[in-house]
Design a protein around this ligand. Structure first.
Ligand SMILES: [Zn+2]
Length: 228
C-alpha cells in the first residue's frame, strides 16, 4: 500500500518501507536520478507483491553526495540528513514498531549505519532495519560497478531504455585513480564521473532485470524473516 494514498486507518498494522536514493551525476549517459529510479522500482515491486503488509513511503531523493566533488549533485550535509532521518523515524515510532530503509546510494551508507545505531541502541520498542542495494552487483554477478557503470546502466536500460544515452559512452576513458570514495572524489578519480572497475561498460538488459528481480526477492525474504 502506498502511504500517500492511504487513510489514517489504513496505515495501521503495516510495515513502513522508506526508499532512499540520490540526485547526482551518473556519468554522461545516465540520469541524475539513477539511484532513486532504481530504488523506487524495487520498492514498488516489493509493495506490489506484499500489498497487505507493506506501507511504501515516498522516496527520499535529496541525500549525501559529497563524494562527487566538482561534478553536479543536489544534496544536503551529513548532519542535515542525519537529523532529518532521526526526526522522521521519531514520528514513525509513534505508530509502528519497526521501519525498513531501502538504500540505493553508496554515499548514504555510513550515515545510515549511524542512524540505525542511534535509533536501535536507544529504543527497545522500535527498531529500524536497513536493506542496501550497494554492493549487490558484485554479490550477484561479480561486476565491479562502483558508480554509473555496467550494473546501473543495465538496470536503467531495463526500467526505461530512453533514459540511457549510450552514444555518450564512446568518448569515455574508464581509468580510475586510487583512493576514490576514501581520499579523493569521483571527479578527481575519473573526470567522466564513472567508476567501473572492470573497464568498459557492457549494457545488458537481462542483467538489469535479473538485478531487480534478485534484489526484490531478497528484500521480500528479509521482510518475511522479521516475523512481523
Ligand atoms: Zn548510483
Amino acid at each position: 500500500m502506498l502511504l500517500i494514498y492511504s487513510t489514517r486507518d489504513e496505515i495501521k498494522g503495516k510495515i513502513p518501507l522508506i526508499p532512499i536514493g540520490s540526485i547526482e551525476q551518473h556519468g554522461p549517459h545516465l540520469p541524475m536520478g539513477t539511484d532513486s529510479i532504481i530504488v523506487e522500482e524495487i520498492a514498488k515491486r516489493v509493495e506490489r507483491s506484499m500489498r497487505d503488509k507493506i506501507l511504501l513511503f515516498p522516496t527520499i531523493y535529496y541525500t549525501c553526495s559529497l563524494e562527487h566533488g566538482n561534478l553536479p549533485y543536489f544534496g544536503v550535509s551529513y548532519q542535515t540528513l542525519f537529523n532529518y532521518l532521526l526526526d522522521l523515524l521519531e514520528k514513525i515510532k509513534d505508530y509502528f514498531p519497526l521501519a525498513i530503509i531501502l538504500n540505493g546510494h553508496g554515499g548514504n551508507e555510513s550515515l545510515l549505519d549511524l542512524v540505525r545505531r542511534q535509533v536501535n541502541f536507544t529504543n527497545s520498542n522500535f527498531k529500524v532495519y536497513i536493506f542496501s542495494l550497494v554492493g549487490k552487483g558484485k554479490q550477484y554477478f561479480n561486476v565491479n560497478d562502483l558508480h554509473a557503470g555496467t550494473v546501473e546502466s543495465s538496470v536503467i536500460k531495463r526500467i526505461n531504455s530512453d533514459l540511457v544515452r549510450e552514444e555518450k559512452l564512446k568518448e569515455v576513458n574508464y581509468e580510475v585513480k586510487q583512493g576514490v570514495f576514501e581520499t579523493i572524489t569521483t571527479s578527481e578519480a575519473n573526470p567522466f564521473g564513472i567508476i567501473n572497475l572492470d573497464g568498459e561498460i557492457k549494457i545488458n538488459e537481462q542483467l538489469g532485470e535479473e538485478f531487480i528481480k534478485r534484489a526484490t526477492e531478497e528484500l521480500i525474504n528479509f521482510i518475511n524473516s522479521l516475523n512481523f
